[in-house]
Design a protein. Structure first.
Length: 362
């Protein structure tokens, strides 16, 4: 295992990339919540006990071929900016912090084990686009292998025991990151949220509960884990995310058809601002990138542009800018961060052909 953050930083790659079949799905995460039998939940455990749990889980992970060369980080050893970098990578949640907290991250960042967040273990598997099957298979295999070394708390009546009752049962949470500007611009997002709630699903901001839906990115996930099987949860998520994606693309087509010239103007201005701005905030660049992403799906940009946009989506965030700068020996305050972000966009988009629109004066 490696604990070198600079090595992790140098090898970090964007995990979010949609596929042609479902372009509005950025990525998928499958997560299992598990606790060690006979051990207090993290909220009731002292530092010494949490350190023991972290050691046990890290030792168990070393036995897995998938995590043989993984990165190991103790959260108390990381600066706030480095911790935020891991949050922006979605390797850890905003709630993971303090003494005894830790994370194991595979080299390809497809597996991340959070230790001593709300539960002793939050096992996460990631896949690009809407590949729920791949993320599910990876998470299930890792969970079974860890169970050979760790005795997970389990009740015949309630299933796997968790700190929060809403995670008991299977302990399974499937989350799909979706880019839904069509619904937002068409004023339909509230209706979608109500429909999801009626079937036991929920829509949150991109970083989970309590976060904002910046750039029209929402995290769709299952609300319940008790009284529903893993297979039923997987099927429910597949059915609804596919249906939402289909409706989202239809909403975009209606919007573009209804406001063709106005929409094209917004895209052109977004591209111009990102391509030539000298200073950009994270919030501003997120909203502008959202517009460029719609334009990619509307074929205003050449093929391959969306992959570039998706990489910028994470690289533009505050901690990514600051950590990349520190890696090069640059101290980054807010003003310099905005300058560096704009420089990143200018350099990256210089290789992207400007959007091409029809002649609206014909």
């Amino acid at each position: 295992m490696s604990s070198g953050f600079d090595e992790f930083l140098a090898g970090t790659v964007s995990r979010e990339s949609a596929n042609e079949a479902c372009p509005c799905v950025l990525g998928t995460r499958v997560r299992f919540a598990r606790n060690l039998a006979g051990t207090s939940f993290p909220v009731r455990a002292g530092t010494e006990r949490k350190n023991e749990v972290r050691k046990r889980i890290f030792e168990a992970s070393k036995k897995l071929p998938e995590l043989a060369d993984a990165f190991y980080f103790s959260l108390e050893d990381l600066s706030a900016t480095r911790r935020d970098f891991l949050i922006e990578c979605r390797c850890i949640s905003p709630e993971l912090s303090g003494d005894g907290a830790g994370v194991v991250i595979s080299r390809n960042q497809r597996i991340a084990l959070m230790v001593n967040e709300e539960d002793h273990l939050r096992l996460q598997a990631f896949a690009p686009g809407n590949d729920l099957g791949s993320a599910w298979t990876s998470a299930r295999e890792i969970e079974k292998k860890l169970a050979d070394s760790l005795n997970f708390a389990f009740s015949e009546k309630y299933g796997f025991l968790t700190a929060c009752p809403t995670n008991a049962g299977t302990g399974l949470r499937i989350s799909v990151m979706m880019h839904l500007p069509g619904f937002v611009m068409d004023g339909q997002m509230e209706k979608i949220v109500r429909a999801l709630d009626a079937v036991g699903l929920t829509a949150r901001g991109g970083f989970g509960e309590g976060s904002d839906a910046r750039g029209c990115v929402f995290q769709i996930s299952n609300e319940y884990t008790l009284g529903i099987s893993e297979a039923e949860t997987l099927a429910l998520m597949r059915r609804w995310t596919c249906d939402i994606a289909e409706q989202e693309l239809a909403a975009r087509r209606r919007m573009i058809s209804r406001e063709r010239a106005q929409f094209a103007d917004r895209i052109a201005r977004a591209y111009g601002n990102l391509r030539y701005a000298v200073s950009l905030t994270s919030a501003e660049s997120t909203e502008l990138l959202s517009l460029l992403r719609i334009a990619c799906d509307a074929d205003y940009f050449p093929s391959g542009t969306r992959e570039c946009i998706d990489e910028l989506w994470t690289e533009k965030d505050r901690a990514h800018i600051a950590c990349r700068a520190a890696f090069r020996g640059i101290v980054c305050d807010e003003e310099r961060e905005n300058l560096l972000r704009a420089k990143l966009f200018r350099e990256t988009l210089s290789a992207v052909r400007p959007p091409v629109f029809p002649d609206f004066l014909k």
